[in-house]
Design a binder for this molecule. Sequence first.
Ligand code: PLP
Length: 401
Amino acid sequence: MTFYFDNSATTKIKPEVLKEMMPYLTEEYGNPSSLYGIGRSAKKAIDIARDKVANLINCDKNEIYFTGGGTESDNTALKGIAYRAKEKWNKKFDNKTEEIAENNTKNKIKKNHIITSKIEHHAILETCKSLEKEEFDITYLDVDKDGMINLQELENAIKEETFLISIMFANNEIGTIEPIEKIAKLAKHKNIIFHTDAVQAIGNVPINVKELGIDMLSLSGHKIHAPKGVGALYVRKDIEFDSFMKGGHQERNKRAGTENLAGIVGLGKACELAKENMEYHIRHVRGLRDYFIEQISKNIENIRINGSMEHRLPGNANISFIGIDSTALLLELDKQGICCSSGSACNSREATPSHVLTAIGLDSEMAKSTLRFTFGEFNTKTEVEYLIQKIKQCETKLKII
Ligand code: PLP
């Protein structure tokens, strides 16, 4: 039997989502670009899904572009805006253009600066690293002991060259939620585009992009009970960006490649359910998480809860078991059918301590004693009681060894 407490790594597809997808995996297999009947119905299904995704975050459906997941959405957002900026400065710095002849200093500013944080997901950090090799200048903001960025430091980091700020909505390891509305306000005031990686936040926090002032947002299907390999990028209507995938004209020329029809339909359904269930979902996973933390704190000495308790994803518990090797504990728990994570799923096979835990000030020893438990809609209190009991047993065993 599996006891799954790793809902930030991925989630189980909901039966309603699978049901909605099934026709598009079987008889409704048309290519959405085809003009005949099953092609047209495929296109219509994508349009309906687009509406549902837009409805979850309160944007226009034409502001949603389907992608192959969170990583692709992040790459599209950053590279899409960066390459558009580069195209502009290449034109401006071409000596033959009239703009330079006019000696208009404002136009001479090379907009090549991006601000992000040290605790972003690798999808953002590695994209930034690759942009650094292409004449872009990146500032990686520090975070405090809870993983929060400092708004004053963000403001101080802004230069005339800054064209993009990308700060994650909520962190995948420690669950800390960043001050998104304030960041968006500052970015708007300085005329800078604001992108947020909301892969972990979506479905766990109500998000209204218009109210929050977000310009671009990445989301991924498999974190909200849709399949893996499908995601979306929201881009505010009047923002121009380049397609980084080259090929066909799908997604209004912004994402080449035949659409993942069934995946998109599944994502649409998952977004619809996330909107309907949001209140229940938050109450349920927060209840389980709070009970877990309360019991673990009572029953196990020498633990440290990482991340902000005030500004935190409802289902996230990130705990350092001081003096215990987290990989050993994870494997002991695995023997009992328990799934949890020693770092984010993407780097849990790496020997180096997590960059997020390092950024919040944990030394390597402490970082390597840390496990993440993330609760989901399908978890029950009985399962959480089993988890607590098994952690107690395994922790005692490992302490003796
Ligand atoms: N961004 C964050 C914050 C994530 O947690 C993840 C996945 O864990 C991603 C991006 C990548 O999403 P995907 O797995 O859909 O590529």
